[in-house]
Design a protein around this ligand. Sequence first.
Ligand SMILES: C[S@@+](CC[C@H](N)C(=O)[O-])C[C@H]1O[C@@H](n2cnc3c(N)ncnc32)[C@H](O)[C@@H]1O
Length: 154
Amino acid sequence: MPPTKSRDALDRLLVEGVVHGDAEAWLPCLSRGVVDLFFTSPPYADARAYSRIHPDRYVEWFLPFVRAMYDATAETGSLIVNIKNRVANRGPLKGQRHPYVYELVLALQHMGWRWIETYIWPSQTLCRAGSAHGLRTASSTSTTSLVGPSRTST
Ligand SMILES: C[S@@+](CC[C@H](N)C(=O)[O-])C[C@H]1O[C@@H](n2cnc3c(N)ncnc32)[C@H](O)[C@@H]1O
């Protein structure tokens, strides 16, 4: 069960270390500005069994989570999002890289996060497979870091 009072949420997270629950229920229970770092690895769009979120709807789907993180993050805090773009397997962009990761970054900036850096993490397994075809960068995952809510911009 998620906590009911904002103070309970942080206390329980600090005491229990790891909690199993729905982030959409937990995140809004955090008090404003109490978190120094969110590091999240959300479901990739339309990728595995746990995610059937089409890339066209990904930003809309993710915004409630990140809005709650924004409210809970300290002015000096940061958000790191581990995410990967993908080739659209249906719709008008079928066969092309879908821009949902970039759309998400723009939406986050619009919310008031300040975009600092993107790191590319090559996957060892997939790089080996891709290198036979000269596609070493095709399998990377990017981790995008954004800092501190700029409270004046929303
Ligand atoms: C890309 S995976 C993250 C994998 C993780 N970084 C790891 O190394 O095991 C995304 C995870 O988000 C979880 N997830 C999806 N929706 C969630 C929600 N509303 N609240 C909490 N977790 C959620 C999925 O079950 C999945 O385990």
